[in-house]
Design a protein around this ligand. Structure first.
Ligand SMILES: CC(C)(COP(=O)(O)OP(=O)(O)OC[C@H]1O[C@@H](n2cnc3c(N)ncnc32)[C@H](O)[C@@H]1OP(=O)(O)O)[C@@H](O)C(=O)NCCC(=O)NCCS
Length: 159
């Protein structure tokens, strides 16, 4: 059974690997291998440290399937921003992403947010639309590795 719980530092390495697997498998119809490598390079200590740093800046949660992490997501309330939502390829299209989004929206409302914005990947646009987000603009996103990839800015009114 899937339960949503806060991410802990012990989850960081698994989250880093899940990020890479999700990008490599689920975004391949929209982004070239070079673009996917730039978005989510091989996991090393630097990438794990980046997840640990994100846990400090953002509120991060995981979808836990009886001890196996099926997905994770995060928001940064001070920026009105949905920062991440990633689901393991083995769990996709089973409602896990929706559970993560529901939990993040509840947290956003608890923080008094009236809107939530995100910069999403093209492969995730239909998912975010199904969650009530509207497109603001399409733009190039600069990855941590310096790559420039297509992305979409979206926004949802929470009230
Ligand atoms: C986007 C993502 C989080 C969706 O997670 P998921 O658990 O598969 O989503 P859900 O099962 O909750 O889907 C809910 C609805 O979203 C829509 N949806 C989800 N994935 C979709 C896809 N690939 N194409 C079209 N619609 C999609 C559908 O309407 C779906 O409902 P349905 O399955 O009843 O048709 C997942 O595909 C993923 O991790 N992708 C790679 C990482 C990524 O790009 N994350 C976003 C970064 S900005």
């Amino acid at each position: 059974m899937i339960t949503i719980r806060p991410a802990t530092p012990d989850d960081a390495e698994t989250i880093a690997h899940l990020h890479r697997q999700a990008v490599q498998e689920l975004a391949k119809d929209y982004y070239s291998l070079e673009e996917r490598e730039s978005w989510s390079p091989p996991v090393d200590q630097g990438r794990i440290d980046k997840v640990l740093n994100e846990m400090k800046e953002a509120i991060m949660i995981v979808a836990d399937n009886d001890g196996i992490i099926a997905g994770f997501g995060s928001i940064i309330p001070s920026k009105n921003e949905l920062h991440a939502c990633y689901v393991s390829p083995s769990f996709t299209r089973q409602g896990v992403g929706s559970k993560i989004m529901d939990a993040l929206e509840t947290i956003a409302k608890e923080h008094g947010l009236k809107t939530l914005k995100l910069n999403g990947s093209m492969n995730a646009e239909a998912f975010y639309r199904s969650k009530g987000f509207l497109v603001e603009q399409y733009r190039k996103y600069t990855t941590n590795c310096g790559g420039r990839i297509d992305s979409v800015n979206m926004i949802k009114n929470l009230s």
